[in-house]
Design a protein. Structure first.
Length: 337
């Protein structure tokens, strides 16, 4: 296909339709605030890249984003990403090596235009074995388990207030965990079973795990939550390993104590390195995803740290942020065959 066959591609086709018509990749000229001059692109371009997903992108929106990002005039490659049948196609705008937008700017633009924007200077690939370490509460699952346990035990408001302050980084995690668990003293073990019975997986989790396992990736959970739930998820999903805190249970009741060393932010970060060494995964092939302040060291330890439905502080510090939608969208951030 050549440009003469489509004399007005920017009027007749959306960006997604255009890049699809050109076989999944094309060159665009960016000049004077607009895109023009469609050309067939050469082989797959290199990073860095700006991933655009989460909504339909018009030429007007792409131009608005390019202006806000102060992209220099020049030839840009636009390519297609559709890493899973359940995901809508996304756009990849390949950027100059010398250009890097700030996370704060991308967050503001994504919020203003109701879309997802992720800048990647490096990208783990599914063409090689890799490692994904996930937080559990509000990441792999939709709830905070301790809040649900506390609600059934009749101390919900007390524990939820401590949880919120801990996740925002206002309290030391270990101290806050001990305080919350202490409030559960005397609760019957049956409350754990009740929470587990209705444990809501985060949308996209099962499909993500299946896809990564098909490509010989190792998957683990590192959680400040409890082994009662992480071990159940390990069995259910076929995870490689899980790390969490163990509640002491005596005579069918919670004692209000935790057994052994606490899995805190430092320990979660250590898990990334330990598992990469255990499974002989290259450091560049490590990914971590989480939502809370206690996930920040873990996100920093991985080659790609992703804030998922996270607090603003976590979004600002992570390599990448996914603010809406399912966990399966993590595949957009990986180099998929």
């Amino acid at each position: 296909m050549n440009s003469s066959e489509q004399p007005n591609p920017f009027n007749d086709l959306t960006p997604l339709q255009l890049v699809t018509a050109y076989g999944g990749q094309c060159h665009l000229n960016w000049h004077a605030g607009q895109f023009s001059e469609v050309k067939v692109a050469a082989p797959k371009p290199e990073l860095p890249v700006l991933l655009c997903f989460g909504r339909d992108f018009s030429w007007e929106l792409l131009s608005t984003l390019a202006q806000a990002l102060a992209l220099p005039s020049g030839i840009f490659t636009l390519s297609l990403s559709k890493p899973h049948p359940a995901l809508p196609a996304a756009l990849r705008l390949h950027l100059p090596l010398t250009y890097q937008p700030t996370p704060a700017l991308l967050s503001r633009l994504a919020l203003d235009h109701d879309c997802q924007l992720v800048y990647l200077a490096q990208q783990p690939t599914l063409r090689k074995p890799g490692l994904l370490v996930m937080d559990m509460d509000s990441t792999a699952i939709e709830i905070e388990c301790i809040d649900e346990i506390a609600a059934l035990a009749g101390v919900g408001e007390q524990v939820a207030a401590i949880t919120a302050r801990a996740m925002n980084g206002e309290l030391d995690f270990a101290q806050s965990l001990l305080a919350r668990v202490k409030a559960l003293a005397g609760a019957p073990e049956s409350v754990l079973a009740a929470v587990l019975q209705t444990l809501p997986l985060m949308p996209g989790l099962t499909e993500l795990v299946q896809q990564l396992r098909q490509h010989q990736w190792q998957l683990a959970i590192a959680s400040g939550g409890f082994t009662y739930f992480t071990e159940a998820l390990q069995q259910r999903l076929g995870l490689s390993a899980t790390f969490a805190n163990q509640l002491e249970i005596v005579d069918g009741k919670l004692t209000g104590r935790v057994l052994g060393n606490i899995v805190d932010a430092k320990r979660k970060a250590e898990v990334v390195t330990e598992l990469a060494q255990r499974y002989q995964i290259a450091p560049s092939q490590t990914v971590a995803i989480g939502d809370g302040a206690n996930d920040l060291p873990m996100l920093a330890e991985a080659a790609l740290g992703v804030a998922f439905h996270a607090k603003p502080k976590v979004q600002a510090a992570a390599n990448a942020a996914i603010t809406t939608g399912s966990l399966l969208q993590l595949l957009y951030l990986l180099d998929c065959p």
